[in-house]
Design a protein around this ligand. Sequence first.
Ligand code: ZN
Length: 433
Amino acid sequence: MTQPWNPSFEAADPQEIRSMQLAMLKRTATLVYHRTSTYRAMMERQGVRPEHIRSLEDLRLLPFTTKQDLQEHYPSGMWAVSPRAVSRIHATSGTTSKPVLVPYTDDDMEQWGECVARTFWAAGVRHGDICLVALGMGLFTGGMGHVEGARKIGCAVIPSGSGMTERQVSLLRDLRATVLVSTPSYAVTIADKALSMGLDLGSTSLRLGSFGAEPLTPQLRTLIESRLGIQAVESYGLAELMGPGVAMACQGDCGGLHINEDHVLAEVVDPRTLKPLPPGELGELVLTSLQRQAMPLLRYRTRDMTSLSRRPCSCGRTLITMSPVVGRSDDMMNISGLNVFPSQLESLLLEVPGVEPFYLFEVHKKGSMDALTIQVEASPHRDQDEQLLVRRISHKIKGTVGLKPTVLVRPRGTLPRFQGKSYRVLDSRKPKP
Ligand SMILES: [Zn+2]
C-alpha cells in the first residue's frame, strides 16, 4: 500500500489529531464569534462563548447551522472576512431556492487543493494521469475543486465541464484520458453515449473514475466499472464546507471514506432529536470547519445519512471513516408509513437482470393511499420478456421494501439522461415550490 498524499496528517497519531482539532476548534469558535454577527447572536442565544470550549466534547455546546441560516443571511452575512480578503466565490447548486455563496481566501483555496489532492491520491491518481473533469465548471464547486487538486498532483487536466456528451466521449478517446471525474449519473450517460457512437470505453486508456455528489451504491459502482472498463472510487464533499475534498475512499479495507479530520470535525446525530449518535449508528452527518477563514461553519447539518467508524484501515490512514452516504435525510420518502431512500430503490432495480440504469420514481396518491410507480428502460435484447421483467422488479421491491410498485417499461432512450446530479424522484403529494 502506498503512502498517503500527506502522511503527517492522514496517518498521524489519533491523539495528536484530537489535540490539533481542539486547538483549531477553539480558534474557529473565537473567529466566528468576533467576526460574524450572525454567529455571535446564535452563540449568545445558546449561552456559549468561545472560552467555554475546553474539550472536543464541548463542541456540543455550539449551535447547529443549517442551509436555511446560510440562505437567510445571503449574500455575505455568514462571512468571517471582508470581501477584500476573498479570492474566489462559488455557490451551492440549488436550482429552486436562493443559492448559498461560498467564499474562499487564498489560504482556503490552498487548503481546498490539498484536500482534493489527497482524495485523488487515495483513489490511485498519479502524476502523468490525464484527468477529464466532467463536472460543472462555473459556480458549482465540483469542477473547479477537482481541477485544483489534479493540478497539485501533476496531472494533465481537461476541464470539460458538464454537457455536450458526444464531445466528452471524443475527448476521452482522442486525448487518451486515464481518469474520469463526474457524478455517477453522468458516467452512466457518458457510457450510453459512447455505446451509441460505437465506442467501447473498455478499449480506451480510461482506467479510473472518481465519483461524487451522489450516492454510489455497490450496484451502480459495478455497473459503471463494467461499462467504462475502470475502477470506480467514491469521494465526498459539499459546497458549504469547501466542496469536494471532505472525505475520500481509499484502496484499503475500511469500506468507507476517510474524513479529512484536520479540516473538518465530524459528528453523526439523530436528525429528529439532534442528539449525537455513537460510532456505527446511522444518522445525519454534521461537520464543523477547522481551518476555513472566509466562511467557517459550526456544526453544519449536511442532511447526508451515514455512520462513523474508528476501525483501523489497511491503507495506513488513521483518519475517521464515514460509511458511504445512503441518501439525504430530506430525500427520504415516506410511502405508506415506510421510509425509503431513492438509492435503496436504485440498488434493488440494478440487481434485476435486464434493467438499464435509467429510471424514474413517482410517488403519488391512489385514492387515500400512497402509491409508487417506477418507470424503467430495459436492456436492448431482442428476447427480453417485458412482462417477466415487470414481475421481477415488482417482486424484488415488494420482497425488500414491502411496497408493491406499478412498473412501466419504457422504450430505450426515452427516460432522462443526467449531466450532473440526477433528479429521479417525482413526488406529486408534495406542494410545488
Ligand atoms: Zn483507508
